[in-house]
Design a protein around this ligand. Structure first.
Ligand code: DAH
Length: 340
């Protein structure tokens, strides 16, 4: 910028040199050279004051512009701020709020227990096969000897997609696949997630886990079924228990049984968990129906077998005295930490 007045011109040059050296750029606006120019106005003859005053103001504006430029450059040079940081990055460390200590997650108790259950069955010669979470009518019903439109299907009311696929209501969906892919002797346990259109309460959830078991060989009878499950209960609950079987109905077993271990809480003295009966109704089982074996490609005149299905939540609830099945899916840390 050009100044006509030699005085202003000289001061401008001096001030710019000074400006470059200043740490605090704003100090240039308080520089004595600038103040001297303003003082000078009053001493000038009246006719010269206006023109001189204008030039001094122009110089001041030019200096203000330089200060603004220097400040915006300084802002850009600041380190970027993490707006998601849980404290103001400009607050010195000693003044920052204390962060909560980090905590590691843990396995869900259902999965920990499932691991123990599978280990027990592995020790008894059972292979683990994973179930699936979407299936068709054939595996859910047809292959399991449910005639079309049979009222027994109502027990397994579950969720169906627009395409007609089914969220499985039990792990028995895997029986036909296991029979078709494995050769007798077949010993398999099949854990999986199941779904039911259920009114949720302390004992029922719409989503839960089951463990299916199948055993097929020559000469298998109900004694093998009872001995297998009794051995499992003894190992899992770490207690000697009695078992009671009572007749039941499933289309895929004949005969069908309901299996009830003696109450591990009260040793059959009677408590609220066993409804004062001394027995806990726990699982469905039976000898595999010949139609189911045949549908799976196994000759029922040569082979027989047993099968069962048990709710994994039920087993864990009994083992630890958990009174409400909804705890498992609640995400409640107070509940989960007890098993960490
Ligand atoms: N699928 C049955 C249910 O969820 C349980 C069951 C009963 C499974 C008998 C079996 C069985 O394999 O043989 O109610």
């Amino acid at each position: 910028m050009e100044y006509k007045s030699p005085e202003v011109k000289k001061a401008a040059q001096q001030l710019k040199v000074k400006f470059k050296k200043l740490e605090d750029k704003r100090a240039i606006l308080r520089a004595p050279e600038l103040g001297a120019l303003y003082d000078r106005i009053k001493t000038l003859p009246a006719g010269e004051r206006a023109a001189f005053g204008k030039e001094v103001n122009r110089l001041k504006s030019e200096l203000e512009q330089l200060v603004r430029q220097a400040q915006s450059f300084k802002l850009k040079a600041l380190s970027s701020i993490d707006v998601t940081a849980p404290f103001d990055i400009n607050v010195p460390p000693e003044q920052r709020p204390q962060l909560l200590t980090a905590e590691n997650g843990s396995r869900h108790p259902l999965m920990t227990e499932l691991g123990k259950i599978l280990n027990i069955f592995a020790g008894m010669g059972f292979t683990a096969v994973e179930s699936r979470e979407l299936d068709d009518d054939y595996h859910m019903f047809g292959s399991l000897n449910f005639p079309k439109d049979h009222p027994a299907r109502d027990e397994y009311d579950t969720f169906v997609t627009d395409e007609g696929l089914i969220a499985p209501a039990h792990t028995s969906i895997m029986q036909n696949r296991v029979f078709k892919t494995m050769q007798p002797p077949i010993r398999a346990v099949i854990p999986g997630r199941c779904f039911r259109n259920e009114d949720v309460d302390a004992r029922h959830d719409h989503t839960f886990y089951q463990l299916e078991g199948v055993y097929v060989d020559k000469g298998i009878h109900a004694g093998h079924l009872i001995a297998t499950l009794k051995t499992f209960f003894k190992k899992y609950f770490q207690k000697d228990i009695k078992v009671k079987t009572q007749p039941f109905y499933f289309p895929f077993t004949e005969p069908s049984l309901e299996f009830a271990p003696s109450c591990v809480f009260c040793d059959q003295k009677g408590c609220s968990i066993c409804s004062h009966t001394g027995w806990i109704e726990l699982l469905g089982c039976g000898l595999i129906h010949p139609n189911v074996l045949r549908e799976g490609g196994i000759d029922p005149t040569k082979y027989t077998g047993f099968a069962w299905g048990v709710g994994i939540e039920r087993l864990v609830m009994i083992k630890y005295g958990i009174e409400d099945v909804r705890h498992f899916h609640s995400g409640n840390l107070k509940f989960l930490r007890q098993f960490a």
